[in-house]
Write a protein that binds this ligand. Structure first.
Ligand code: ATP
Length: 776
């Protein structure tokens, strides 16, 4: 193992305080853990301020130094372990003066604040007032000029912790995806009972003035109707809602009706739209047996999902870096995320933009409110409308623009495949295209009788596609076979079924299949159509993207497994679990899961395993167990990707650890296997499937009416849609700068350079392994 690449920086700030404030959110503990450990790694001291700003004002025992071991196991704990409060005292200058005094007396001159826009506003007010507060403390004799001198500058860094996802300037806040997971689990359950009794359910979700949770849960569960604060329904919505629901139940045959209501829902006159009012409308007008379910505080609770653990950890690390890099003149930053990229944004810009949304809603300027929320929000809103509003004659394209779009799944099943297919079908029906599902991959395509089409390639109805909204795996069937198994036959079938475009959902094989088809365009005109890949694989090893559908579902399944197994050792046993992850020759899942569960070490094919590494890690484990305190004692996790080493198998590593531990601790091997492919897809995989599939359809639609040669001449006519840094884009397969040449390691079936490799350093820094390795 190479020494860590995150160099321990000389401390510019000796003591960094961290507090959580406002409503608690899953992931806050992960953020505090990351801040504490990264601060210690950078030679600083970390102080927790308990009960939010209240602790800062009161001081004393409410400000305590946290050591490395104090935050052990925090990643998997819900809520905030250092407490949160809404502090009236801190809203007053006199309270903030007490807070400033406590900070100077404790020698803390940098604060990482994790909370909502209120908490971050408070932080900014505090920083702006800081010089004045110190001057007053000297004037009042509370502090001497000498005491104050080293603390002239206060650094503040914000982390957005809130389940509401209401902060502008960031795609996600710490906690929002955990909360969404809780909501979707509940709605999935309600789904079954609603289906059984043909009932209607009105489900109220949290989010205050922000409709993110309502929108995303409506998308993830295929709700028939939703109410958001930012975009109230048109006047007369009662009739519209009833007619959509009637249509869904009678014409489309839906047995269950789900309406999602944000707690801040209102109509265009800003009158509250309550869940009971909606229930009454459905009961009175449609005679529908309707129940109200208010999910309440269950939405806040529970352990953080994989994404929130990843986000809070990386943002906590970034917050400490920001503290150390800030100059007295720099504006306070808030740590944000855009797509897959952790960024810094001026804190007050983000807070102001958030307030502007509320201002626009108050002025009934709803379109502007939607636009200001953030670009992704509006895109998701439009995507939801696409799935909810088919058969509208206004959206149907003229005859010459309509296409026959084939949808195929290639490779192993992954969460989100069904949802991507559902979204593609919805888009096709909205625009007048014909969605053709190819069942069982390329072998299914080539199954025809005497050149006559068979049922393995057929049009999909909405009722069928809609039922896939929360189902895992691949309902149309997926297969690893490639078109090269019989290229001529494949081309013949493309002609037989008159495909105008091919939408391929799958992993590395999907990528390879499209590459083969693209290259065969020279021989077969049938392939001169748009060929678009939407990556879906738990291995996340498709060139052209940093995210594949299914990887989030897999991660969540894996962390549940690790949490449970680790818990089993918490009572008395000192145990190390060596857990084998899937992922083929890509260590993405192992590394990201390692980050999310706080693994002691992660073994991946990209680095291999050797005897020195194992020996150092066993020493590290030995020290680790010695330092373990009673309260936080739990099993320790090592993750080993299935292809990390041919010699050091999971069982061999577990046996070596046991042997070398000489009775001080024991070790077990565990292989979750196909369990990792997950059950129901995670909400993140569901919503991203919708958004990406619709983008693919829009991209495909751009080729309508073009000749085969025109299409073949356009490099992005065979492309992969993917997340790259802060953007979602289509990357061409072929050509000198295409993915096939520039980014693909064909032999190892993965991208040449993998963005996530640097996460290894974070795993090692936060487990203490890099420190142990450097000092040994
Ligand atoms: P959530 O979104 O979960 O409600 P929040 O951070 O917006 O979180 P608030 O109750 O608005 O929650 O703020 C939390 C605390 O931050 C307040 O109790 C108060 O102590 C402090 N605070 C908020 N606004 C200010 C302000 N303008 N000046 C000073 N302190 C403030």
């Amino acid at each position: 193992m190479e020494p860590t690449k995150i160099a321990a920086q000389p401390a510019k700030r000796r003591r960094i305080g961290v507090l959580t404030s406002g409503g608690d959110a899953p992931g806050m503990n992960g953020a505090v853990r990351a801040v504490v450990r990264m601060a210690i790694h950078c030679d600083c001291e970390a102080y927790a301020i308990f009960e939010g700003y209240e602790g800062l004002v009161n001081g004393g025992n409410m400000i305590r130094q946290l050591h490395w071991e104090d935050v052990r196991g925090w990643l998997s704990r819900g809520g905030t372990l250092i407490g949160s409060a809404r502090s009236l005292a801190f809203r007053e200058r006199v309270g903030r003066m007490k807070a400033a005094k406590n900070m100077v007396l404790r020698g803390i001159d940098a604060l990482v604040v994790c909370g909502g826009d209120g908490s971050l506003t408070g932080a900014d007010v505090f920083r702006a007032e800081w010089p004045g507060l110190l001057a007053d403390l000297i004037a009042s004799g509370d502090l001497s000029p000498e005491q104050v001198e080293p603390y002239k500058v206060l650094n503040i860094v914000g982390l957005v912790g809130s389940i509401d996802n209401d902060m502008s300037g960031t795609d996600a806040t710490i906690g929002c995806y955990s909360s969404l997971t809780r909501i979707c689990d509940a709605v999935d359950d309600v789904f079954d009972t609603a289906f059984s009794h043909q009932r209607g359910f009105v489900i109220e979700v949290m989010g205050r003035h922000c409709g993110w949770l309502a929108l995303m849960s409506a998308i993830s569960t295929g709700a028939d109707w939703m109410f958001l604060p930012e975009m109230p329904p048109k006047d007369g919505w009662e009739d519209d809602m009833c007619s959509v629901i009637t249509k869904n139940r009678t014409e489309r045959g839906k047995r269950r009706t789900i309406v999602i209501v944000a707690e801040g829902a209102q109509d265009r006159q800003l009158n509250k739209v309550s869940s009971s009012k909606i229930k009454d409308i459905l009961t009175d007008r449609l005679g529908l047996d309707t129940r109200v379910t208010i999910l309440g505080h269950t939405q806040r609770g529970g352990a953080a999902c994989a994404y929130d653990r990843w986000l809070s950890t990386l943002q906590g690390v970034e917050a400490v870096r920001a503290v150390l890099e800030m100059s007295p003149e720099s504006p306070s930053p808030v740590i944000t995320i855009r797509e897959n990229k952790i960024m810094r944004t001026p804190l007050m810009e983000a807070v102001q933009a958030t307030k502007d949304v509320t201002g626009k809603i108050d002025k009934k300027e709803f379109d502007e409110a939607m636009t200001l929320r953030d670009p992704e929000f509006k895109e998701y809103y439009n995507a939801y409308l696409t799935t909810a509003a088919q058969d509208d004659p206004k959206t149907i394209l003229p005859e010459g623009k309509r296409m026959r779009i084939a949808i195929i799944h290639v490779g192993a099943p992954a969460g989100g495949m069904n949802q991507a297919t559902r979204a593609a079908v919805a888009y096709c029906l909205t625009r007048g295209h014909t969605p053709l599902a190819i069942h069982n991959g390329f072998p299914g395509l080539c199954r025809h009788h005497d050149d006559k089409p068979v049922s393995s390639v057929r049009e999909v109805t909405w009722l069928e596609a809609d039922s896939w909204v929360n189902e895992g795996g691949s309902d149309i069937g997926t297969n690893r076979s490639l078109p090269s198994a019989d290229m001529a036959e494949t081309a013949k079938c493309f002609e037989l079924y008159k495909f105008d475009a091919l939408f391929v959902v799958g992993g590395f094989e999907a990528f390879k299949a499209v590459s083969e088809l693209r290259q065969a365009r020279a021989q077969y005109d049938a392939f001169k159509i748009p060929l678009i890949v939407l990556p879906a694989t738990i291995s996340n090893n498709v060139p052209g993207t940093e995210y594949s559908l299914g990887s989030d579902t897999c991660l969540n399944t894996l962390i549940d497994f690790c949490d449970a197994i680790r818990q089993s050792a918490s009572s008395s046993r000192r145990r190390v679990f060596v857990i084998e992850t899937q992922g083929g020759k890509s260590g993405y899942i192992a590394t990201t899961a390692g980050l999310a569960v706080g693994a002691v070490a992660v073994y991946i094919p990209e680095e291999g395993v050797d005897i020195k590494m194992l020996s150092r890690d066993i020493d590290f484990l030995r020290e680790n167990f010695i330092r373990d305190k009673g309260a936080n004692r739990a099993g320790k996790i090592i993750l080993r990707n299935e292809c990390a080493s041919g010699t050091y198998t999971t069982q061999v590593i577990a046996d070596m650890i046991k042997e070398e531990a000489k009775g001080r601790f024991e070790s077990r091997a565990a292989v979750p296997g196909h369990f990792q492919q997950g059950g129901k897809p995670s909400p993140m995989d569901r919503v991203r499937a919708l958004r990406m599939a619709i983008r693919c359809m829009q991209h495909i639609e751009g080729y309508a009416g073009k000749s085969g040669d025109e299409i073949a001449a356009d490099p992005v006519s065979s492309a992969v849609i993917g997340v790259k840094g802060s953007r979602v884009l289509f990357s061409p397969m072929g050509g000198d700068s295409g993915l096939e040449v520039t980014e693909t390691d064909w032999a190892r079936r993965r991208p040449k350079s993998e963005f996530w490799l640097e996460l290894q350093d974070v795993v090692n820094v936060l487990s203490g392994r890099s420190h142990a390795n450097n000092s040994s």
